[in-house]
Design a protein around this ligand. Structure first.
Ligand code: ZN
Length: 80
């Protein structure tokens, strides 16, 4: 895929970011339990397309300019 900003071929990278919060139980003695559960409601997930050549970035959480989405046939569409 060609970067629409600088025109370089094969310089675009798709990165997935996961931010999973772990909930630790606090015990009666005031210490933190070693056990934790993943708190799914606080999970944020987003991805970004970055150009290694010019540093331009498109984010999956941006609608419109500066964002991107993956179309039904699996093609990445960059916006702006
Ligand atoms: Zn570029």
């Amino acid at each position: 895929m060609i970067c629409p900003k600088c025109g370089k071929v094969d310089s675009l990278v798709l990165s997935d970011y996961y931010q999973i919060s772990h909930d630790y139980r606090i015990l009666k003695n005031g210490k933190v339990s070693k056990r934790f559960k993943r708190s799914s409601e606080h999970t944020e997930e987003w991805s970004a397309v970055t150009c290694n050549e010019c540093g331009s970035q498109w984010s999956s959480v941006v609608n419109g300019k500066g964002g991107f989405y993956i179309s039904d046939d699996g093609t990445i569409v960059l916006d702006g």
